[in-house]
Design a binder for this molecule. Structure first.
Ligand SMILES: Cc1cc2nc3c(=O)[nH]c(=O)nc-3n(C[C@H](O)[C@H](O)[C@H](O)COP(=O)(O)OP(=O)(O)OC[C@H]3O[C@@H](n4cnc5c(N)ncnc54)[C@H](O)[C@@H]3O)c2cc1C
Length: 221
């Protein structure tokens, strides 16, 4: 039997409430980006609304490999992913279990030249990322089924993995508990404009007015 991603249009809507007419913020799309935006806005005390044309996490956010890794990252990305790993641990504590674990990530080179590149990356960023080089014997001990030609590997024990198709729905449920609204099966068709600004969205199920409703407590300027 072939098992696919357990999310998709064939599934029942987990978020099937009526379309509200107003919201503090309207977020188009219930992938990881939209759902996290809703979660953090709700934690600030706002009532954001996520409009998802299909199902939460049924597009790319439910299909990736789920790695949350520092290994091999570009210099500019490294501080972001270190911060992201801390946020993921907070999310794991605040949401239903979604399988987050520090499983470690190992880059196995396919050539001596690639191994040399990994060694150069590890020399420069290994201390910040917690990345070490493994010898051939250490690779064999860690991955008994790995076969030559690997003469070593770049390994970060603290790198993480989570189940994407469980993580996004779990964060969505936590967002709703915190006050967010989510409507699945509602595509946004366009933006409503008034007084030179975006004032709402037009959906296939009607319009939603976006309220400029940021309280003093949540202002950052
Ligand atoms: C093979 C592969 C592996 C990956 N592995 C990793 C990994 O290990 N780690 C990692 O961090 N990233 C990984 N990624 C990248 C990651 O999956 C994506 O960057 C991320 O899921 C994008 O999230 P998103 O919320 O921006 O987009 P999406 O998940 O695509 O969500 C957008 C949502 O918006 C909805 N939408 C679009 N238009 C409308 C509309 N008009 N009205 C209402 N809804 C609308 C869509 O239905 C969709 O649900 C991988 C990507 C690929 C391809």
């Amino acid at each position: 039997m072939t098992r696919g991603i357990p999310l998709g249009m064939q599934g029942a809507r987990a978020h099937a409430g009526a379309l509200p007419r107003e919201a503090d913020a309207v977020i188009i799309g219930g992938g990881i980006i939209g759902i996290c935006a809703a979660y953090y806005l709700a934690k600030l005390g706002l009532k954001p609304l996520v409009l998802e044309k299909g199902r939460v996490a049924a597009e790319q956010s439910g299909r990736n490999w789920g790695w949350i890794r520092k290994t091999g990252r570009d210099y500019a990305e490294l501080p972001i992913v270190i911060e992201a790993q801390a946020r993921w641990e907070e999310l794991a504590a605040e949401c239903d279990d979604f399988g987050l674990r520090r499983a470690g990530v190992t880059f196995l080179p396919k050539s001596a030249a690639q191994l040399a590149k990994y060694e150069a990356w590890q020399r420069e960023f290994g201390a910040a990322a917690g990345t070490v080089m493994l010898s051939r014997a250490e690779v064999a001990a860690l991955l008994p089924d790995a076969q030559d030609p690997w003469g070593g590997a770049m390994h970060t024990p603290s790198d993480m993995v989570a189940e994407p198709f469980e993580a996004v729905p779990a964060i969505a449920r936590a967002a709703v508990r915190a006050g967010a609204m989510i409507c699945e099966g509602v595509a946004v068709r366009g933006l409503l404009r008034g007084a030179g600004a975006v004032s709402g969205v037009a959906t296939e199920a009607g319009g939603v007015l976006f309220l400029i409703h940021i309280s003093e407590a949540t202002r950052t300027d």
